[in-house]
Design a protein. Structure first.
Length: 386
């Protein structure tokens, strides 16, 4: 049997390893590189001659196995590579704590928006499936600029392994070399690890709603939270999405006030909204007063298209489509873009080895090409958005 001293020495000698490879999330004007190690310790990312740390108010964190390091987009775009670094620290002493040797891993990074068009692939509602959705998202090959994960990627957040579906798909498709935008779905809110989610995906100040820019494409990500009233028995008094949605109303108004630095910034050609739930076409009596205001504000911004999931269908709704007299009419088309089948007309929506999702290409002349593609890279339906 090992003595306590031998166990401590062994712990101090073991350097640890990276067990969940780095994912480069985008939120606002920053990338957020997230990776996981098998033991706790210090994490940092080296870009060129500068090192960025996983810190909280200046204190470098050492008590977690998940690490999130924030780097300005323009810095990483120009550098073209980054190195994640991790060191175990056996005892965080108040004075002279000592860390072990740093374990490192270097990845290339390809700045998006350098090609004549911006190529985006959107997955949603994978519900813990990894292989078929990953194959779908390889549709553009090496020309892909960004992967959008638009919610319900794991079936719930009841355990960390389900949440890590986000990272498995991102690694399969992007290999840490291109950015990923994660927009939360309602199933991502369910379970004890839902509270932990903002620490391992891109966000701004813990908020799962934000804007970001890829080349000539400006995007706003919105988060409806759950799809039922907060008092529903299913949630057991742990839901407060009403105030969360109201905060996003204020957020959209702030965007409009700051439009010169947001969607009217020089070089912007396209304006895109991303939200898991297609709130413009689904009737929710408990929240439509908020969603109607969101629609009106997105109309004011002049959104070109909204990308959604949730319905497990492949649908395209034209702009100005009248849905219900209680709903504000959207002046923009809406995509519902993912299904668990290679055939959108199939009666079965639960095929583990099949998937259909959405490839979108944005051109400098303002045109948008939309293709629903399956795991065989067949085009199921094409739409040209003008």
């Amino acid at each position: 049997m090992e003595t306590n001293v031998e166990m401590i020495e062994k712990e101090e000698a073991y350097p640890g390893k990276i067990i969940t490879p780095p994912v480069v999330f985008i939120a606002g004007e920053n990338y957020q590189i997230v990776f996981e190690t098998d033991i706790t310790g210090l994490a940092r990312v080296r870009v060129g001659d500068r090192t960025y740390t996983d810190n909280l108010n200046g204190v470098v964190r050492s008590s977690d196995t998940f690490h999130r390091v924030i780097i300005p987009c323009d810095v990483l775009d120009q550098a073209g590579s980054y190195t994640v670094e991790f060191a175990h620290i056996a005892d965080r002493k108040p004075y002279r704590p000592q860390s072990g040797e740093f374990v490192t891993e270097t990845r290339r990074f390809f700045a998006p928006g350098k090609n004549p068009s911006v190529k985006m692939y959107m997955l949603s509602d994978t519900h813990t499936r990894v292989d078929a959705p990953s194959v779908c998202a390889e549709y553009f090959g090496k020309e892909l600029d960004i992967l959008v994960l638009a919610g319900d990627i794991g079936n719930s957040a009841k355990d960390i392994d389900l949440v890590k579906t986000i990272h498995r798909i991102a690694e399969n498709v992007l290999h840490g070399e291109k950015p990923c935008a994660f927009v939360r779905g309602n199933h991502d809110t369910r379970g004890k690890y839902a509270e932990f989610l903002p620490s391992i995906v891109g966000n701004i100040g813990g908020n799962t709603f934000f804007t970001f820019r890829i080349g000539n494409v400006w995007c706003v990500g919105l988060d409806c939270g759950e799809d039922k009233i907060d008092s529903h028995i299913e949630y057991g008094d742990i839901a407060d999405y009403t105030s969360f949605r109201e905060a996003q109303t204020a957020f959209l108004k702030q965007i409009i006030e700051n439009k010169a630095k947001e969607y009217e910034k020089e070089g912007t050609v396209h304006k895109v909204a991303i939200c898991h739930i297609p709130f413009t076409i689904i009737k929710h009596d408990f929240a439509d007063y908020i969603y109607n205001e969101w629609t009106a504000l997105l109309n004011e911004i002049g959104i070109d298209v909204m990308i959604t999931g949730h319905c497990h269908k492949i649908l395209y709704y034209d702009a100005d489509k009248f849905i219900d007299e209680s709903k504000t009419v959207a002046n923009f088309p809406v995509i519902v873009g993912a299904r668990m089948s290679d055939d959108p007309l199939s009666l079965c929506d639960t095929k583990d080895d099949e998937f259909t999702a959405t490839a979108i290409e944005f051109f400098d002349n303002g045109e948008i090409d939309l293709n629903f593609t399956n795991s065989k890279h067949e085009i199921i339906k094409s739409v040209k958005v003008k």
